[in-house]
Design a protein around this ligand. Structure first.
Ligand code: AMP
Length: 407
């Protein structure tokens, strides 16, 4: 199946193509026809499945084809970061369509509030909002919800966790009765079902199972401080007799550093990173595939691109920032039903992140005690440590309003 099969407006299809989308993901295949047919929808899908495009595309297609343009769609999301991400996707898809959007979230200063207000007064097709700030702007009377046709609740479970239940109910009460409601949640515990039953009319349901690591992978982890990692890696590599080994690190700098440190162990190895020329990278991959190189060190980019038979061991020198990346990294081993081994180094700060991975894959991973000569470890206590601070908005800019002319 391709996106052409949905017969979207050509301007939307152009946006899709320019963003490099050609094949729908499973949630998109299942949800887009149901949303286009105007059903209410309850969808159990995690971030990473392509859920955002699954609801944005049919909604955008509907807006492009409407005769009268008013505020058409309200998307409610738990956090400012998610609201911004959704808005960026709208911007990409709608680039050739003239459809406009604005993210409304709190935390800014008075100027932010005024700019959001001005943008709302000027008129917009889609609002993507966090619940608290939306209620504040609603109270100021600047948003006319009369013509809203689509309501999307994104990451509903997280919104309830964050205590937004009553705000959501208040917002829904302010919306017209006749609208399409799309309810997305990563999990479906009973309290989410109760909310969904309350607000959806004859909903269709879509469930997307998350990708799980292959059964044949033996997974273990070490609780290890940064200053012990090199010694531990050296020991594990010396003791292993795998013919192909991958080491992942989260940054290019770390990859380069390991590429300098690890040759001491005497294994044929290379580090691959984006500072190398394309031809050099291809050559390194070829050597690795041909088993001339026993060990390859790279970042997560490598985890999605490399399809090499017979990788016996994957070492995560640090915990990947995104739980899905863990599945991609360790999935480089045990390909085609063979068996494999994945070892992850968890420092004190990465414990929370690792716990998220365990939650995603639905099992606890064995924490192997450190060998005596490496030194002492620490207790696994994922709840007590804060995760790394969130990255700032990658585009580094605030966006308030734009309505591009259709091209
Ligand atoms: P989401 O689950 O909506 O957060 O999407 C996860 C990531 O997958 C985002 O970076 C999207 O841009 C990307 N994505 C979603 N659907 C597709 C697709 N059909 N083809 C390529 N990339 C996609």
């Amino acid at each position: 199946m391709t996106f052409e099969d949905f017969h979207f407006d050509a301007r939307l299809q152009d946006g899709l193509s320019s963003m490099g989308y050609d094949k729908p993901t499973p949630i998109q295949e299942q949800a887009i026809p149901l949303i286009s047919a105007k059903h209410d929808l309850i969808a159990c899908a995690q971030t990473g499945t392509g859920k955002t495009a699954a609801y944005l595309l049919p909604i955008l297609n509907n807006i492009i084809n409407s005769d009268h343009r008013h505020l058409n769609t309200l998307i409610i999301a738990p956090t400012r970061e998610l609201a911004q991400q959704i808005d960026q996707q709208v911007e990409g898809f709608a680039y050739f369509t003239g459809v406009s959007s604005i993210p409304i979230y709190g935390g800014g200063d008075g100027a932010t509030w005024d700019q959001q207000r001005k943008a709302l007064e000027a008129g917009v097709d889609i609002i993507i909002a966090t619940p608290g700030r939306l209620i504040a702007q609603l109270a100021s009377g600047v948003i006319d919800l009369k013509y809203v046709q689509h309501l999307v609740l994104d990451e509903a479970d997280r919104m309830l966790d964050m205590g937004f239940h009553d705000d959501i109910v208040r917002i829904i009460k302010a919306l017209p009765e006749t609208k399409q409601t799309l309810f997305f949640s990563a999990t479906m515990p009973p309290r989410i079902r109760t909310l969904a039953n309350r607000i959806l009319r004859n909903p269709q349901e879509v469930n997307i199972a998350i990708s799980k690591p292959a059964e044949g992978i033996v997974q273990e982890a070490y609780l290890v401080r940064d200053d012990q990692k090199e010694k531990l890696a050296t020991k594990l590599l010396k003791d292993s007799d795998y013919s192909s080994i991958l080491i992942f690190a989260s940054t290019k700098e770390k990859v380069k550093q390991l590429g300098r440190l690890l040759p001491k162990i005497g294994l044929p190895l290379k580090a691959i990173h984006s500072d190398l020329e394309q031809t050099e990278r291809e050559e390194i991959l070829r050597e690795f595939k041909n088993k001339k190189l026993k060990l390859l060190i790279g970042t997560d980019v490598l985890s999605r691109g490399i399809d090499v038979e017979g990788i016996g061991l994957v070492i995560n020198y640090d915990v990947p920032p995104d739980p899905e990346d863990y599945i991609h990294r360790i999935g480089r081993t045990a390909r085609a039903e063979s068996t494999g081994h994945a070892i992850t180094f968890i420092n004190e700060h990465d414990q929370r992140r690792f716990f998220q991975i365990e939650k995603l894959i639905g099992k606890e991973i064995t924490k192997t005690p450190l060998p005596e000569d490496i030194g002492t470890s620490f207790e696994y206590s994922p709840e007590s440590r804060s995760a790394h601070p969130k990255k700032p908005n990658p585009s580094g800019r605030k966006k308030f309003f734009k309505r591009r002319p259709a091209k």
